[in-house]
Design a protein around this ligand. Structure first.
Ligand SMILES: C[S@@+](CC[C@H](N)C(=O)[O-])C[C@H]1O[C@@H](n2cnc3c(N)ncnc32)[C@H](O)[C@@H]1O
Length: 330
C-alpha cells in the first residue's frame, strides 16, 4: 500500500498525498500545493478513485484569493452589513438586501452568530485554554476575539486567519496590538499550510491545547473540502483543545433561503448548507460542551428571552478534544 502511495506521489507532484487512519476508517487525501490548482483537494477511501480524480481533473489554475473588487459582492463585507458594520459597498448591500427582502431574520442570525462566538471564547478561556486561532476571521467587529479573551485572561494569544486580502489589511491595521496577536493569510481548505508557518507558531504553541474557531465559514467550502479541513485541524490540535464551529444548515431551513444565499454569493463562494448531523460529525473525537449542537442563540445564552421563530438557522457547538482522538499523522 505504501508503494502505491509512493507511485501516486511521483505521478502527481503538484499534490501532497497522504493516508489518514482513524478507528474503523482509512482514507486518502490529496491536497494541492498551489492555491489555484483544481481540484484543490480530493478525499476518498479508495486509492484507485483518488488516482482517477487526479487524472480526470483539468488541473488548471482556478480560484485565487479574492482580489479587491467593489462591484463583486464579498462574503466579509456582506456579513459586515448584516452586523451593522461600516465596511461595505453598494454591491454588498444590494446582495445582502436581496436576501433580507424575503428573509429579514438573516441579519439577526448573523448578529447572534457573532454573540455566540464571544460566549464561546469566554467559556474556553474560563476553562483554561487561552490561545486561539480565529480561522475565517472576517473584518474586525468589536469585540474581537483577543478583546473578549483578554477580558478573562490578559495573557490570551490570538491568530486571525483569512484569505481575503481586504480582511487581512483591516485586521493588520486594527487587530495586532502586540506580538501576542497575529494576522496570517491562509486558506482554510489547506490548514497545514498556515498551521506550521512561523507567523502562526510565533504566537501559538501547538504542543499545548488551543482553541480553533471556525465561525460561519465552513458553509462557504465545498463539502469534501470542509470535511477535510476540519479533519486536518482535528489531527493537529493537542488533546484538551477546543473546536468551536458555527455553520449554516439545511436542516429545518426553507430551501428558498439557501437558493437566495447561493444567488447572493454567486461567483464568490459556494453555499453548502449541511445537515445538522453532518455538522455534528465535524466534532468526531471531541466531547461536545453542553448543550451540544444547537441554534446559535441557544448556545449557553446570557438572556432568558427567546428570539422570534426564524427560517434561517446557524448551528453552533464547542467540543473539547478527547485524549484518544486521532492525532497528527506521522
Ligand atoms: C461570514 S465571515 C465570518 C467571520 C467570523 N468568523 C464570524 O463568524 O463572525 C466569513 C469569513 O471567512 C472568510 N473565508 C471564506 N472562505 C475562506 C477560506 N477558504 N479560507 C479562509 N477564509 C475564508 C471570508 O473571507 C470571511 O472573512
Amino acid at each position: 500500500m505504501s508503494d502505491d502511495l509512493t507511485v501516486l506521489r511521483a505521478d502527481f507532484p503538484a499534490y501532497r498525498i497522504w493516508r489518514e487512519e482513524t478507528p474503523g476508517r482509512i482514507r486518502y487525501v490529496a491536497r494541492s500545493r498551489h492555491p489555484g490548482l483544481n481540484p484543490f483537494s480530493v478525499v476518498t477511501p479508495d486509492l484507485g478513485e483518488l488516482r482517477g480524480a487526479l487524472h480526470s481533473a483539468p488541473q488548471t489554475e482556478a480560484e485565487e484569493p479574492p482580489e479587491f473588487s467593489p462591484v463583486q459582492p464579498n462574503i466579509a463585507r456582506m456579513y459586515s452589513y448584516w452586523l451593522n458594520g461600516k465596511d461595505h459597498y453598494g454591491s454588498d448591500r444590494a446582495a445582502a438586501e436581496m436576501v433580507l427582502e424575503k428573509f429579514p431574520e438573516v441579519a439577526e442570525v448573523a448578529r447572534a452568530n457573532r454573540a455566540f462566538l464571544a460566549r464561546a471564547v469566554r467559556y474556553v478561556v474560563s476553562h483554561g485554554v487561552s490561545q486561539f486561532i480565529d480561522a475565517g476571521s472576517g473584518l474586525p467587529a468589536s469585540p474581537n476575539v483577543h478583546e473578549t479573551a483578554r477580558a478573562v485572561n490578559t495573557g490570551s494569544r490570538v491568530v486571525y486567519v483569512d484569505r481575503d486580502l481586504v480582511v487581512l489589511a483591516h485586521a493588520r491595521a486594527l487587530l495586532a496590538p502586540d506580538d501576542q496577536v497575529g494576522v496570517v493569510a491562509g486558506d482554510i481548505r489547506d490548514p497545514r499550510s498556515f498551521l506550521t508557518g512561523p507567523a502562526l507558531t510565533e504566537v501559538i504553541d501547538a504542543t499545548a491545547p488551543v482553541c480553533v474557531l471556525l465561525g460561519s465559514v465552513l458553509h462557504f467550502l465545498a463539502r469534501a473540502e470542509a470535511d477535510a479541513a476540519v479533519a486536518a485541524f482535528r489531527e493537529w490540535m493537542a488533546p484538551g483543545s477546543y473546536l468551536v464551529i458555527s455553520a449554516g444548515t439545511s436542516t429545518g431551513v426553507d430551501p428558498e433561503l439557501i437558493q437566495r444565499l447561493r444567488d447572493a454569493y454567486a461567483g464568490t463562494a459556494p453555499v453548502t448548507g449541511r445537515t445538522a448531523s453532518e455538522i455534528e460529525a465535524w466534532f468526531e473525537g471531541f466531547t461536545l460542551v453542553p448543550p451540544g449542537l444547537v441554534d446559535v442563540h441557544a448556545w449557553r445564552p446570557n438572556l432568558v428571552a427567546q428570539p422570534a421563530p426564524s427560517r434561517a438557522r446557524i448551528l453552533a457547538g464547542a467540543g473539547r478534544k478527547n485524549a484518544t482522538a486521532p492525532t497528527r499523522p506521522a
